[in-house]
Design a protein around this ligand. Structure first.
Ligand code: MV4
Length: 454
């Protein structure tokens, strides 16, 4: 039985995990960097150990120091959160071999889904639709051009070791393909130490819709519905909602079944996400799997009533999932706005610094997941997300009106934030109509004057 957990993360997700543990009677150990001494997760955990300097490479990415802290404090398990070491197969393996439970999938599944080309092949064999593309990585340029032609332009070149939009290039003809192919390979080699790339047909103006999976260690896999994450900028999601305003009950059922088959094919265990692209006609294609808890998990928690972090811990404990697919119902509509310390009027420049007045909204159907408070200094070393506003109601209309209302109450002084931008989006007819695709943000920023959200 898990009695004590080391939380290998910081910020709002570390706090989220502390809260789940508290309610379950599990002791927590926070690890932190020298820049996070005043962080709430450090103050609210039962114990805390400083493991290094402010830079992630000197602290939150130091597997050796984290495992030493785990052994000194005698924890039973490590929760990696998202980012940092959460999808590092080697770290999961190190935990396994030190007899510390890694709260996540087996290292084998992380490795399998971490290779985006093998992931494609694996789910394709399980009859999950993938984007038309190359069979595996492409090597020589001459061969690659032939494959690109046979797929038909435009094609997208993706890094085998990439994911989340990193290292992707689009080509519209043979000439641009030759150039982009080399750029993509060099970038992939530099970023991941693995220059291999694969090709896919480029789907224009798709929606990004992902399915939440829960899988126990006894082979049971269920899905908890979808999240529509189409509103993103430079591969950073800004808004996520459930259910997707685009999906019909029939499409939802088909995609849910495909998502479960994909997770089964990876012999997946714990919480995970299957990402799909959905084209304007409603064709859906698997693109990748995320083998971690995600930033946007609260959206699913609010529509299903299931606490995903607690489920992760139950699963890591070896317990059986206590519900079947037919027990999962979607009662509400939920929307999440990511609050970043950035200036949307100045090309989203990071805005670290000390928070003056902090007044978060409340009331019916409002949830805030944040680690900040009045007087807190946002360090410049990490991700700029300082919190998430999740609003929910019985209809999409109610959730959106509530989000607008909550954003209007939300006061964060001393730093620039994405709050005014979210307000403008919540009032935008195109967004309200549920018509946002992945092209939405770029178009919104072109037709709107930045002064409107500064
Ligand atoms: C694509 C695509 C179109 N066609 N793949 C971006 C995040 C990563 N998980 C996969 N992504 C995409 N993959 C094919 N075959 C479009 C995206 C995509 C995107 C691409 C360029 C610019 C912005 C984008 C926003 C969302 C999704």
């Amino acid at each position: 039985m898990i009695q004590k957990i080391l939380i290998a993360n910081r910020g709002e997700i570390a706090l989220r995990i502390v809260r789940a543990c508290r309610e379950m009677g599990i002791k927590t150990l926070a690890i932190y960097s020298e820049a996070d001494v005043q962080s709430l997760h450090v103050q609210l955990a039962d114990e805390a150990i400083c493991i290094g300097g402010p830079k992630s490479a000197d602290s939150y990415l130091r597997a050796d120091r984290i495992i030493s802290a785990a052994e000194i404090a005698d924890v039973d398990a490590i929760h990696p959160g998202y980012g940092f070491l959460s999808e590092n197969a080697k770290f999961a393996e190190q935990c396994e071999s030190c007899n510390i439970k890694f709260i996540g999938p087996k290292s084998k599944s992380i490795k399998l889904m971490g290779d985006k080309s093998i992931a494609r092949e694996t789910v394709r064999k399980a009859h999950v639709a993938t984007v038309p593309g190359s069979d595996g990585p492409v090597e020589a340029e001459a061969e690659a051009v032939k494959i690109a032609r046979s797929i038909g332009y435009p094609v997208i070149i993706k890094a085998v070791a990439g994911g989340g939009g990193r290292g992707m290039r689009i080509a519209h003809n043979d000439v641009s393909f030759a150039k982009e192919f080399h750029v993509a390979r060099n970038e992939a080699e530099k970023a991941f130490g693995d220059g291999r790339v694969y090709l896919e047909k480029y789907i224009e103006r798709p929606r990004h819709i992902e399915f939440q999976i829960l899988a126990d260690s006894h082979g049971k896999v269920i899905h908890l519905g979808e999240r529509d994450c189409s509103v993103q900028r430079r591969h950073q999601k800004l808004i996520e909602e459930a259910p997707s305003p685009f999906l019909t009950p029939d499409l939802r059922k088909k995609m849910g079944k495909a998502a479960v088959r994909a997770a089964e094919a990876a012999e997946y265990e714990n919480a995970g996400t299957i990402e799909f692209l959905v084209d304007p006609k409603g064709n859906f294609y698997f693109i990748e799997m995320n083998t971690r808890i995600q930033v946007e998990h609260p959206v699913t928690e609010e529509v299903t009533g299931i606490d995903l972090v607690k489920q992760q811990i139950h699963i890591a404990n070896g317990e059986k999932l206590e519900f079947d697919q037919s027990d999962i119902t979607f009662e509400k509509h939920a929307i999440e706005c990511r609050i970043n310390a950035e200036d949307p009027a100045r090309n989203f420049a990071p805005s670290p610094g000390t928070v003056g007045l902090y007044y978060p909204p409340g009331g019916h159907g409002v949830r805030i997941d944040s680690h900040i408070y009045s007087g807190y200094t946002i360090p410049p070393y990490y991700d700029s997300m300082i919190g998430k506003l999740i609003c929910f109601g019985s209809t999409r209309k109610e959730a959106l009106e509530r989000a607008y209302r909550a954003l209007s109450e939300y006061l964060i002084r001393g730093v620039k934030t994405t709050i005014p931008l979210h307000k403008a989006i919540m009032a935008d007819p195109l967004f309200i109509e549920g018509k946002a695709t992945t092209a939405y943000m770029e178009e919104f920023l072109t037709r709107t004057t930045p002064e409107l959200f500064s």
